[in-house]
Design a protein around this ligand. Sequence first.
Ligand code: DGT
Ligand code: CA
Ligand code: CA
Ligand code: ZN
Length: 580
Amino acid sequence: MVFNNSLAEIFHEIAEYLDMDNIPFKPRAYEKAAEIIESLEGDISEIYKKGGLKSLEEIPGVGVSMAEKIEEFIKTGKIKYFEGLKKKIPVDMSELRKVEGLGPQSIKKLYEKLKIKNVGELEKAAQKGKIRELEGFGKKSEEKILKSLEFLKKSSGRFLLGSVIPEIEDITEHIKKLKGVGKVTIAGSIRRMKETVGDADILVTSKKPEPIMNYFVNMPGVMKVISSGETKSAIKLKSGLNVDLRIVPEESYGAALNYFTGSKAHNIALREIAIKKGLKLNEYGLFKISGRGEKMVAGKTEQEIYKALGLDYIEPELRENTGEIELAREKNLPKLVGYSDLKGDLQVQTEWTDGSDSIETMAREASKNGLEYIVITDHTKRLAMTHGLDEKTILKQMSEIDKVNKKLKSSGIKITVLKGSECDILKDGSLDLPDSVLSKLDVVGASVHSYFNLSREEQTERIKKAMQNKNVDIIFHPTGRVIQKREAYDVDMDELIKTAQKTGTVMEIDAYPERLDLKDEYIRKCVSAGVKMSIDSDAHSPAHFPYLKYGLAEARRGFAEKKDIVNAWPLEKMKTMLKK
Ligand code: DGT
Ligand code: CA
Ligand code: CA
Ligand code: ZN
C-alpha cells in the first residue's frame, strides 16, 4: 500500500523530530499511529473517500489532530506541520533514522555541528574521523556508525537484477500456461532493466482474473501473502523478493503497462504533457475530457499512447526522465543497440587461471550463445590467487589457442578464438606483462585489482598511464565497483573519458550482474564523447555467457547504439578499430 506507507513514514519522521526537542508522549503516539497505518488492510485514502474525517478518527491510535493531518496529506500530498519541522532541521530523516545507534538527539547534533544531512555525508565524516571528535560520540560510536552503514547498504532491500530475472521469468512462464490468460508482461524496474530491483511487478490481461490470482498467491515459492484482491495482489517469495501482480482488461493493457513500468518520474512527466494537451493519463488509459465526460483516445498499446502525446516510442530502459522525453518529442531518440546485436565477447577467463573450463569448452559454448568470436583474457601473474599467467605461460597459451582454432574449424564450429589478456595495472600505472608480450596479443584488456584506495589524483593518473600504453586496447571494469559490496574506487571518470578519446582506448561494460561497470551514467558520457565501448560477459564458466544481456541492458540505459559498441561489429571491423 504505497500511500499508507508514505503516510506512515511521515508519522515516524514526525516522532523523530519531536524526540529531538524532548517533547514527552507525543512522539510515541505518532509512532503507534504509524504502525497501525502500515498494517491497515485498505488504502487509507479510500477509507477517507468513503467515510470522511470521521472514519479516519475511528482508526485506532488516530486522534482528531492526526486525522486532520491525514486529511491534509490526502488532499494536498503534504502536511504543513511536518514541513515546518523539516525546515528547522533539513536532514534526510528517512535514511538517517535507519542507521543503528543514531537516535534523534544524535541526528540533531550531527546536523548542527557537522552539517550532516544524509547517510552519504555521515559516512564521509565518519571515515575522516570527524565524528569521534564530537562531544558524546567517541571512537566506538564512530565505528558503530560505519558498521551500521555497511550493513544498511547490503541489506537495503534491493536485489540484483541478474538474480531476480530468472526467478520472475519462471513465474511468468507458469502464469502464461493458465486458462484465460492473455498477455503476461514483467513491468516496473525489471522491465527498465535497472541494475537493482526493489520489487517485481507483473501485469496480466484477462477477463477472468480470479483463478489467476488464486494460482499466484498459492504458487510454490510463496512465503507470505501480503495482500490479495480481485485484480491486485502482493506476495513475498522465499528469496525475500516481493512480487506485485495486477490483472487488467485488454483495452487498458498499454496504459497499465506504461504506468507500472515507470519510472515514476517518467510517468509524472508524461502526465504533465497529457494535461497540457487537455488530456488525462492514468493506468486505465489516455482520455479526452469534455463537457460530455471522458472519452478514451488511447490505452490498448503503449505505442498509441506515446503517439497521442506527440512522442516517439520510448524504450523502457530509457524511461528515467533524464532527457528521453525531449528527445522523443524532437524525434531524436538513439537507435539503441539490440539484445541480439553482439557478435563477440572480449573478456573470457579459462581454467588457465580462475575460470572453470578449457579454452575449447568456452569457445563451443560461446558459439551456442550466437557469438562469432571471443577473446581469451586470463589474469596475469600479479594476481597470484588466480594463478595469473607470466610471460612464459601466456606464450604457451597463445599456441594452444592456435590449436583450438584449428580443431574448432575442422569440426565445423564457426567461432574465432582470439589471444588476449586481462593484464593487471600495477600501482604506478605500468603493466604486469612486458610490451614485447602484449604486442603479440590480439586484444589487451587492462584493469585494476589492487590499491583501490589511492587518492583520486593518483588513481586517475595510474589508469591514464595504462591507457597511454600503445598495447592496451580496453580498460576492463573501469571503476571497480561491485554492486552492494564494494564502492567504485575514487577516480575522475570525466578525465578518463577524455583520455580515452585521445588514445582511442575502448571502455568496457562488464556485464557480470554484480559489476555492470561501466554503469549507465558513464556509458552515456562515453556515447557523447564518441568513446567506444565493449560489452563483455567476464565469463568464468560456460554458464556466464547469458550475462551479456545485462551488459546490453546497461548499455541501452546509457543511450548506446550499435556504432558505440565494438563487439557489436564484425570481427575484422572490430580488429581494425583496435589497431588504430
Ligand atoms: P523498484 O521496485 O523500487 O525497483 O522500482 P519500480 O519502478 O519498479 O517501482 P514500484 O514497484 O514501486 O512501482 C512500479 C511502477 O508503478 C513505478 O515504476 C511507477 C508506478 N508507480 C508506483 N507508484 C507511483 C506513484 O505514486 N506515482 C506514479 N506516477 N507512478 C507510480
Ligand atoms: Ca518494482
Ligand atoms: Ca511494486
Ligand atoms: Zn578483473
